[in-house]
Design a protein. Structure first.
Length: 255
């Protein structure tokens, strides 16, 4: 299966191309670079470079896979517009995948690739003192959404001390998240190992990556997730990107 995947929902721009041959062998080419404001200028040239490395034409793709959100408004709009334009031009379908699911898959692949059953809260910094959150369970090769994507304050996360958390929120909100259970060999409440998931730290740094999207794509395509190009739409959870002048003034007065 030939796939192009990219995610620009965070500070990372992640791109990957997968190419299969007649013998069943699959090769993956990857590219990562800073995202943010640079994404709109650099995404298409980076995709073209990776496709050239793979010796693939866009018409040879089975689908264009992209992280549809939640995440940066600008990043999501860029990903959707690029996916839509490329898919229209090549007459191939798109496969939107939730960025929080990609976080969960990236964490699983990095930290618990051998575990048949695994549950994790995926968390992304939403700015404005909030984060995007969703809970997923991995069971024998399949992901199930336990709690859908939501926008919450860190202290409102309904997770216990033995819960595995993955994402990019720990530097900003670590002091306000449920403290990990102490290690059996220490009385300090620092990131430790959950006894139900041996060897896996409870706080996992992870971002949605194109490689994670590629690993998720086959099952989602088999389940009918492919859409026409005009359905390359962003998944927004927040409907505002900044606080008003009045809201900022009220917060400042409360300090």
């Amino acid at each position: 299966m030939n796939l192009l995947a990219f995610d620009t929902s965070t500070e990372l721009m992640s791109i990957a191309v997968q190419c299969g041959d007649d013998s069943g062998q699959t090769t993956v080419w990857q590219h990562t670079a800073p995202g943010g404001a640079q994404t709109s200028a650099h995404l298409i040239p980076a995709i073209q470079g990776l496709m050239a490395q793979a010796n693939l034409k866009f018409e040879q793709l089975h689908a264009i896979v992209f992280g549809c959100g939640p995440g940066s408004f600008t990043g999501l709009r860029t990903a959707c517009s690029v996916a839509q334009g490329l898919a229209f031009g090549a007459n191939v379908p798109v496969l939107p995948i939730a960025t929080l699911l990609a976080v969960a898959e990236e964490a699983r692949n990095q930290y618990a690739p051998q575990q048949a059953i695994w549950q994790v809260w995926a968390l992304l910094d939403a700015r404005m003192d909030e984060m995007y959150a969703a809970c997923y369970e991995f069971d024998k090769g399949h992901w199930t959404e336990i709690a859908g994507g939501s926008l919450i304050r860190p202290e409102d996360l309904g997770a216990g001390p033995h819960t595995v958390l993955a994402g990019n929120v720990f530097a900003a909100y670590g002091a306000r998240l449920p403290a990990p259970a102490p290690s059996p060999t220490s009385t300090e409440a620092s990131p430790s190992t959950d006894s139900t998931q041996p060897g896996v730290p409870q706080w996992l740094e992870a971002l949605p990556t194109a490689a994670a999207l590629l690993r998720l794509a086959p099952a989602l395509l088999a389940a009918g997730g492919a859409l026409s190009a005009d359905q390359a739409l962003p998944l927004y959870i927040r409907d505002k990107v900044a606080k008003t002048t009045l809201e900022r003034a009220v917060e400042k007065a409360a300090l």
